[in-house]
Design a protein around this ligand. Structure first.
Ligand code: NAD
Ligand code: ZN
Length: 658
């Protein structure tokens, strides 16, 4: 029997439960057909358009027999829909219409509820409930297809009976609907009903009405989300629209199979829609736990090329630029609802900021405690990791505990690593207190400790809940530590941004901070595992790391990579890749920022070669370096960013630098 593979890509926006319910419908219907096999590529969190595109492209590549798609922003997906059409793969779209684009010759079957009808029926309901000539208002989402239709349907049904006082386009967020409701009521105190085009917005609206004590106003929503149904149940929301996601799922799978088998089907199937009020609410939302499913599947020959590695889930990590950490951190952290908040800091930072932060946490009623590790990179060790883990575990940890990492790169890296492995991962936030940590080490999620064999050898990638940066915290930093951080900014400037070098010269910390973070994020996003352009992050670090170790931490990280960058520039010049001016520029800008450009006399040059592993067999081709041809211009050789350099050249350069 032939098996048909149907690729499924469901949006997970605004109302993740919706997708889960659609999926239940799909699963259930697929059990009826043993010739159908579903291939899910639906990230469980909010999906960026780019990700949906990638998923769809992978479906095309592996030539699935049909695709079921619920787009998060249908208009933006038009190019990929065209490609699916070209590949002649039947496409079933659920939920959102690409309606006005049909004339572009796009080909797909639409199964969905009718937004216009939903708006119309809501209007009909309100007509029965509100007196004639009542004042009503509409809070709508963005002015895009489905929301406009909801508004139109509603207007068409109520206009003869009511006065529609105002139509407000708010963002899809609760917050904005909340704000807009307050001004709306100020302007129109006699309002009797508000039609919101989504349950999310209705929630914001309800909150605002509660605060101003106007619960007499009827609020209706749309979409029958989890929160919407709960609000219906306790009488806060008058009505919503049930889009029956499970029914849609079932219908989609049946339709996909019909299309594959070449049966004639209508291009548009308007599915079940039902206004929902408290009286009709039979089924309460079930609690949905989203979990990854482990399933043994037999490999199908046509699935072989599928590149699982290229699909990533996106999570957001806000970087908050605060003017006053002591004011902003506690309220923000409270939102995480942790059972305990453990501040982790180092012995120096503890003396300056520890007590103050802890007492604020306590004042705000946060269950908190502070733990301190010995300061300095030489303490980023297994022993200290073990000590800290022991203290924290003795004090009590649950999956719901949150660590607050207050300090430089050392605290961030060590306790970030601890967060990743404590109970297989608990939440943490970064509050960086050094330039190095603010501009560099906290973004990117790299956590590690040093081992006797080398730096950062034990670690993982693990992201914080958020990063809160307060530039005032670095005021207490020594000049030397300040400069160390600036070395990383200069690195980004040389590799990626002339403008950043200007900010360094003008000593504009605010601009420098934002630009460096922006550049780091840009390279991480383009190349998260540092294989190609992401490698610029390690510019100057090859020799830099060797020097850091050989100096026995007398050179700090920034100082070591400063010398490493000069060495890289000189190597590039020796190989004829860049002009002498590049070397001069390196020496000048690093020197002006109090950073060393020569190798200290106490370091034995021969040892550098050893640390670089020139003596190991696999390195006979030469150790690789990231090299620059000019500012913002990385040397690429045969598509590779890593340029192998012979031992002789490296040694000549090192000699010239001591
Ligand atoms: N994960 C990454 O992507 C990444 C990137 C760059 C560096 N790093 C790591 O970060 C570490 C270096 O970071 P760092 O330079 O922040 O070192 P650090 O954490 O050791 O801080 C430097 C010194 O400044 C002190 N200090 C911190 N904040 C202070 C403040 N506000 N006022 C006064 N003193 C303060 C510390 O106690 C310490 O003595 C290295 O271990 C390096 O490997 C990691
Ligand atoms: Zn670095």
């Amino acid at each position: 029997m032939k098996t048909y593979t149907i690729g499924v890509c469901l949006k997970a926006e605004n109302n993740p439960f919706w997708s889960v319910d659609v999926r239940m419908g799909l699963e259930e219907a697929s059990k009826k057909f043993n010739d159908v096999r579903l291939l899910y590529r639906s990230p469980e969190r909010i999906v960026q358009i780019k990700e949906q595109e990638k998923i769809l492209a992978s479906f095309i590549k592996q030539k699935v027999n049909a695709i079921i798609l619920s787009p998060s922003d249908p208009i933006k997906l038009i190019p990929i829909v065209k490609k699916i059409n070209q590949a002649k793969i039947p496409l079933i779209i659920i939920d959102s219409k690409l309606e006005d684009k049909k004339k572009d010759g796009l080909n797909f079957t639409f199964i969905g509820f009718d937004d216009y009808k939903g708006g119309f029926e809501t209007g009909e309901l309100l007509k029965k409930k509100l007196p004639l000539d009542s004042n009503v208002a509409i809070i709508s989402g963005y002015k895009i297809g489905s929301y406009t239709q909801r508004v139109d349907g509603f207007k068409d049904s109520v206009q003869h009976y009511f006065k529609v006082k105002e139509i407000i386009s708010a963002n899809f967020e609760e917050d904005e609907a909340y704000q807009k409701t307050k001004t709306l009521i100020q302007k129109n105190p006699n309002l009797q009903g508000i039609f919101c085009t989504s349950d999310n917005m209705a929630m914001g609206c309800i909150t605002a009405l509660f605060e101003i004590n106007r619960q007499d106003i009827l609020v209706s929503g749309f979409d029958a989300t989890h929160v919407g149904k709960l609000a219906l149940q306790n009488g806060k929301l008058y009505s919503t629209i049930n889009t029956d996601p499970e029914g849609l799922g079932k219908r989609a799978i049946q339709t996909a199979r019909e299309v594959i088998l070449g049966h004639e089907i209508p291009k548009e199937i308007s599915y079940y829609i039902q206004p929902l009020t408290k009286e009709k609410l039979h089924r309460l939302p079930k609690q949905v736990i989203i979990k990854r499913e482990y399933k043994i599947v037999k490999p199908l020959s046509d699935l072989k090329e599928f590149d699982y590695g290229s699909l990533t889930e996106s999570t957001e990590c806000p970087i908050i630029l605060s003017e006053n950490m002591f004011e902003d951190l506690a309220p923000r952290i409270k939102e995480l609802n942790a059972d305990r908040y453990y501040i982790i800091t180092d012995s120096n930072v503890d003396k300056i900021y520890g007590e103050r932060l802890l007492s604020i946490f306590k004042e705000k009623g946060l269950n908190s405690k502070l733990f301190s590790i010995p300061a300095g990179d030489e303490n980023k060790t297994f022993t200290n990791l073990n000590d800290l883990a022991t203290k924290v575990l003795n004090e009590g940890v649950s999956k719901n505990t949150c660590l607050v990492l207050l300090g430089g790169g050392v605290v961030g890296n060590l306790a970030g690593f601890l967060s990743a492995i404590l109970m297989r991962g608990i939440r943490f936030v970064h509050v960086p207190t050094t330039v190095m940590a603010q501009i560099d080490s906290t973004t990117g999620g790299k956590q590690a400790i040093n081992m006797p064999q080398g730096k950062n050898l034990l670690g993982t990638f693990y992201e914080p809940e958020f990063i809160l940066i307060d530039k005032n915290l670095i005021k207490t930093l020594s000049k030397r530590e300040y400069n160390s951080g600036i070395a990383e900014a200069i690195k980004h400037g040389l590799c990626q941004s002339q403008k950043l070098l200007e900010y360094v010269r003008e000593k504009e910390y605010d601009k420098l901070l934002e630009e460096t973070i922006r550049l780091k994020v840009e390279s991480i996003e383009a190349d998260p595992r540092e294989k190609k352009q992401g490698l610029i992050l390690v510019y100057g670090h090859t020799i830099g790391h060797a020097l850091e170790i050989l100096s026995d931490h007398k050179l700090n990280h920034g100082e070591a990579i400063s010398i490493g960058m000069v060495a890289a520039a000189k190597i590039s010049y020796s190989l004829g890749f860049c002009k002498k001016e590049m070397v001069n520029l390196h020496e000048k800008i690093l020197g002006q920022n109090g950073l060393p450009t020569k190798i200290p006399k106490y370091i034995n040059l021969k040892d550098i070669s050893k640390v670089l592993l020139y003596d190991k067999k696999e390195r006979t081709q030469g150790v690789s370096f990231i090299l620059l041809e000019d500012i913002e211009k990385v040397k690429i050789l045969k598509g590779d960013y890593k340029i192998p350099v012979e031992r002789k050249i490296v040694e000549q350069v090192l000699h010239s630098m001591q």
